[in-house]
Each structure stands twice: as structure tokens, then as C-alpha cells.
Design a protein around this ligand. Structure first.
Ligand SMILES: [Fe+2]
Length: 334
């Protein structure tokens, strides 16, 4: 069963409305098969409309997901109660601290104060891409263990946020990648290329540590050597859900903070901030969280609730440490 998500509110409500967007000409051409389709490929270094339009599809378990003999799947209510635990978790407190400090950045020293944070964020934001890929692989490798339909529906959800990182959305020509959008945002604020920041900066230690922790935990059910393939996949799906759920708050909060900074510092200095990166994420992460939620519903057995809770708590702990480090970087210079 598929639902199209086209706005933040739609994601929260999980409506049954399907997308009415017109299919762009380039996408219609790409649907042709064989040599004709290859001839019509659009080659561009920076094809991107002014704003991304989301057309994600949410796939929830259907009748063929619940055939006799299969283990009972986790319920929506069970997943929601685990998500509610994140609302009270360490990451939320760290994000609040970070954003309070971000809003207090002094107008006369904003560049020196923000550079170390952007150095960490540049690595951190990209590091979620291999984390998403790893979660997807942990589900794929339950081939021969998990049910054919359940596995497939979970993956049909998971592939969309991952493809979106590389500018690919349902029914659209390929847009800018999120790395390109972040680079554009950076350059509009700082007035020079992101590559210049990376070349001048020390290794982003906190982001590197979080990346190592994410890859280690996702690949090993948090270091549980007794976990089988399906339990490892349940853990990875819980981890993925925690990433997406917290990212929704993270990006919405960050957009609000930068709007404050724009009013107080950037606009008066004549800067025109490129908002697409922040707007796309503030808008899109709620949909990604809904998709991560749906992926869990398709594959995780009810008996794996404790595995899911552990995965979400593991990410909450390590993500909080990263944002507390970023909050410290700001605090030291306020
Ligand atoms: Fe992204």
C-alpha cells in the first residue's frame, strides 16, 4: 500500500492522497526503454530548479505482509511510543543547547565562531549517507532469512531518502545533491567555497567519531555478537529511524536559528543567504522520518521491540555527544 507524501503536514498525517504533480518532460523521456532513453539523458553539472518538490511514497504493510506463519509485526503504536522516548532524550537537550548558542553568535566575530562548527557539520552531514546505505544493506542481507515481501517493502521505503541525498526524487529529473546544496548555503554565508574551509581546518574529530560509532553499531546490532541477520536488520532499522526522527528536529531548529542570524547579522551585512539546503531539510526530514517509521513496520517482528529501543538509544547517546561538542565549540567563543 503506497501513500504519496507531499508536505510536512501530510507526512505527519500519513494521508492516502496521491501526488497530482505533472510529470516533467525529462522524466517522461527517461521512462522510455533502451537506446532511446540513453540518448535522452540530460547531462548537466548543476541541473536544479529553485526549490525541490518532494514526491516520496510511503509504503505500509499490506495483506501480503501478514500471511499465516510469519512472525507478528511490530505495531504503529509500539513504534510511536519508542519515538516518544527520543523526545525526552539526550539529543533533544543537546540540540536545544546548540541552537541557544548558535542564536547568540556575536555579530562582530561570527565567522571565526562558526567556522569550527561548519567544519564538523560538513563531515557529519555527509556521514549520514554511508549510514543510510549501511542500514539498507543490513536489510538486504536478510535475503533467505526474512520474508520476501516484507524485506522488499522495507527497502522500497528506505531507498527514497538515500536517493534523495543524491538529488533523485520520484517523478523528477535529478536535482542538485545535498552536498551541492550545502556547499551553496555555505558559500552564500561565508563568501567563499566550502573547499576552502575544509582545506584550512583541522580534522573534524567529533564528526569522525560519530561516523565510526554509527557504522560500528549499524553493522553489528550495537556489538551484540549473538544477534542473527534479522535481529541485526531490526537494529539497523531502529537506528535509521532514530537518525531520521532526530534530524527532523535538528534541521527545523537549524533553519529557525539561521533565520534569526540572518535578521541580526547576515541581511544587515548585505548577504543573501541561499536557503535551499536548510529549507529542503526542514521540510523533508519529517517525510524521511515517516518513511523510516514505515520501513520498521514492514519488517521488524514485535518481539524485537527491545532491539529497536536499544538501537534508538545508542544513536541518541552518540548524536547528543556530537551536538554537545558543537555547542561547546560555540560556547567557548561567545
Ligand atoms: Fe540531506
Amino acid at each position: 500500500m503506497a501513500f504519496a507524501l507531499s508536505s510536512k503536514r501530510a507526512a505527519a498525517a500519513v494521508s492516502g492522497r496521491s501526488s497530482t504533480k505533472a510529470v516533467p518532460a525529462v522524466a517522461r523521456r527517461s521512462a522510455r526503454s533502451g537506446a532511446k532513453a540513453r540518448q535522452s539523458l540530460v547531462v548537466s553539472a548543476s541541473a536544479a530548479p529553485a526549490k525541490e518538490a518532494w514526491a516520496a511514497n510511503l509504503h505500509v504493510p499490506g495483506p501480503s505482509s501478514n500471511r499465516v506463519g510469519l512472525p507478528q509485526l511490530i505495531t504503529k503504536e509500539q513504534v510511536q511510543s519508542l519515538e516518544a522516548e527520543l523526545d525526552q532524550g539526550a539529543s533533544m537537550a543537546a540540540l536545544r543547547r546548540f541552537n541557544d548558542n548558535l542564536r547568540a553568535v556575536p555579530a562582530d566575530r561570527w565567522e571565526a565562531v562558526l567556522r569550527p562548527v561548519f567544519n564538523e557539520l560538513t563531515f557529519n552531514l555527509e556521514s549520514f549517507n554511508p549510514a543510510f546505505t549501511h542500514c539498507l544493506l543490513m536489510v538486504q542481507r536478510t535475503i533467505g532469512v526474512s520474508d520476501y515481501v516484507r524485506r522488499d517493502m522495507a527497502l522500497k521505503n528506505l531507498i527514497q531518502p538515500l536517493a534523495g541525498e543524491y538529488g533523485m526524487h520520484n517523478g523528477q529529473p535529478q536535482l542538485k545533491t545535498h552536498r551541492e546544496l550545502f556547499s551553496d548555503f555555505f558559500a552564500s554565508v561565508f563568501g567563499y567555497e566550502l573547499q576552502a574551509l575544509m582545506a584550512d581546518s583541522p580534522a573534524p574529530k567529533a564528526a569522525q567519531l560519530l561516523f565510526q560509532q554509527m557504522m560500528r553499531d549499524i553493522g553489528s546490532a550495537g556489538g551484540d555478537t549473538s544477534a542473527g541477520a534479522l535481529e541485526q536488520a531490526s537494529y539497523a532499522l531502529g537506528y535509521n529511524l532514530a537518525i531520521e526522527y532526530l534530524a527532523d528536529y535538528e534541521k527545523t531548529w537549524m533553519l529557525d536559528s539561521f533565520r534569526d542570524l540572518d535578521a541580526r547579522i547576515f541581511a544587515p551585512a548585505g548577504k543573501k543567504v541561499d536557503w535551499i539546503f536548510l529549507e529542503v531539510h526542514a521540510e523533508g526530514e519529517a517525510e524521511h522520518a515517516a518513511i523510516g517509521h514505515a520501513a520498521v513496520l514492514n519488517l521488524v517482528p514485535a518481539q524485537h521491540v527491545p532491539v529497536l529501543r536499544r538501537a534508538m538509544a545508542d544513536h541518541d547517546r552518540d548524536f547528543a555527544a556530537f551536538y554537545n561538542h558543537c555547542a561547546n565549540l560555540l560556547e567557548q567563543q561567545l
